[in-house]
Design a protein around this ligand. Structure first.
Ligand SMILES: Cc1ncc(COP(=O)(O)O)c(C=O)c1O
Length: 395
């Protein structure tokens, strides 16, 4: 089935599409924005930093002006570490809700920071639920903060962030959110979902290139973070205070990346903001899920837990299927897919984010069909073990 939506332009130099959760395929305009050099102290660049911070805040639904946005050099994990080190007091205690690699990384980061913490570990992909968070908070009054991953990119599950936020604040505790792969495409409106701080990065749903992340936090929490950070470079309060005073980043900013990101933010707005971006990604996901299911592939998650960000598929049971060969043959057809991260069964992932649309996703399905036939795989049906694993996930 084709629709009337005109196709997006294909990658500028004919490189393969990145069906990955970032770095991802970016537009020609975003790439072209990086051709010019900028003085980091110059008013023109400072104006772009201001525009960026204001545009990001406009995506949060913050009508009462309680939030501010602090960009931070480095990859997304740098911003996660900056958030944890700046907003969790040294005598605080964190409950980490972990259901994949990024939840585990949060716990590991807290270990490095010597911040007391406890983990509800749901394994590879089971969602944390409000009730168990309530129980854990009642059982341990010393827990001051809860951290949740919005979309756990390792499985693609969209965690029930509102349910968790309601449970956290009903117990008078504070929520921090890693919305790295979801922010900008999945709503996270401060009026619906209360949080103290959240992080995301330039190379996810806003469709910029990698080089920095950003923390969006309540201004009262930013004030309270003064002097708390373990790190000179990752001190969110210090970056915030300096930026508000001078309009400049504290240390060398990734100038070209920032300018590309501002271009990406303008395109995000033109596409209809979070709703428009989310609609394209949702269509991408629906086309690829439907098409691959028709070939016999099965998703790890039931439909209600599927994010519009990335989807995990089980590898087929057929002994002729070999992931490395599948990867190479898909790449030769113009599509870079992503290995799976499940510990129990073999899987792979297809990202739905970046400069791609339903036309591209139909191309992915056709490429997968051809590739299976080149490999001599008759059907993509997964092993029984995979379906038994999936049955654990209550509807
Ligand atoms: C949910 C989540 N958190 C953290 C990260 C880490 O970001 P980075 O790899 O940019 O350090 C990622 C990266 O994909 C992610 O998806």
């Amino acid at each position: 089935m084709t629709t009337g939506t005109p196709p997006l332009a294909s990658p500028l130099l004919g490189e393969p599409y990145l069906l990955t959760p970032g770095p991802l395929t970016t537009s020609a305009n975003v790439k072209r924005a990086m051709l010019k050099d900028w003085g980091s102290w110059d008013e023109e660049f400072r104006a772009l930093t201001r525009e960026m911070r204001t545009s990001l805040l406009a995506l949060t639904g913050d009508e009462n002006d309680v939030l501010d946005c602090v960009p931070m050099q480095g990859s997304g994990s740098f911003s996660v570490e900056a958030m944890l080190g700046s907003f969790v007091p040294r005598d605080g205690k964190v409950l980490v809700l972990s259901n994949g690699a990024y939840g585990q990384r949060i716990a590991q980061t807290l270990e490095y920071l010597s911040r007391d913490h406890t983990v509800i570990d749901k394994g590879d992909y089971m969602p944390p639920r409000g009730e168990e968070v309530t129980e854990a908070l009642i059982a341990d009054p010393s827990i001051s903060h809860v951290v949740i991953v919005h979309c756990e990119t390792s499985s693609g599950i969209l965690n029930p962030v509102k349910e968790i936020s309601d449970a956290v604040y009903a117990q008078g505790r504070k929520l921090l959110v890693d919305s790295m792969s979801a922010f900008g495409a999945v709503p996270l409106d401060i009026k619906d979902v209360r949080y103290e701080a959240m992080v995301s990065s330039a190379n996810k749903c806003i469709e910029g290139v990698p080089g920095f992340g950003f923390i969006i936090a309540r201004k009262d929490e930013l004030e309270a973070a003064k002097g708390r950070s373990h790190s000179l470079c990752l001190d969110v309060h210090a970056q915030w205070a300096h930026m508000n005073k001078t309009g400049q980043w504290r240390f060398t900013p990734p100038t070209h990346v920032v300018v590309a990101f501002v271009e990406a933010l303008r395109a995000h707005l033109a596409e209809g903001g979070v709703a428009g971006r989310g609609a394209r990604y949702t269509k991408n996901r629906d086309v690829v899920v439907e098409g691959l299911r028709d070939l016999g592939f099965e998703t790890l998650l039931k439909d209600r837990w599927l994010s519009p960000i990335i989807v995990t598929f089980f590898c087929p049971e057929d002994p002729k299927f070999n992931f490395d060969q599948f990867y190479d043959l898909m790449k030769a057809k113009g599509f870079i897919i992503y290995p799976g991260k499940l510990t129990v069964v073999a899987s792979f992932r297809i990202g739905c984010i970046g400069q791609m649309d339903e036309h591209v996703m139909r191309g992915v399905v056709n490429a997968a069909k051809e590739t299976l036939s080149e490999m001599g795989v008759a059907t993509a049906t997964p092993p029984k073990k995979a379906l038994i694993e999936r049955a654990k996930l209550a509807a």
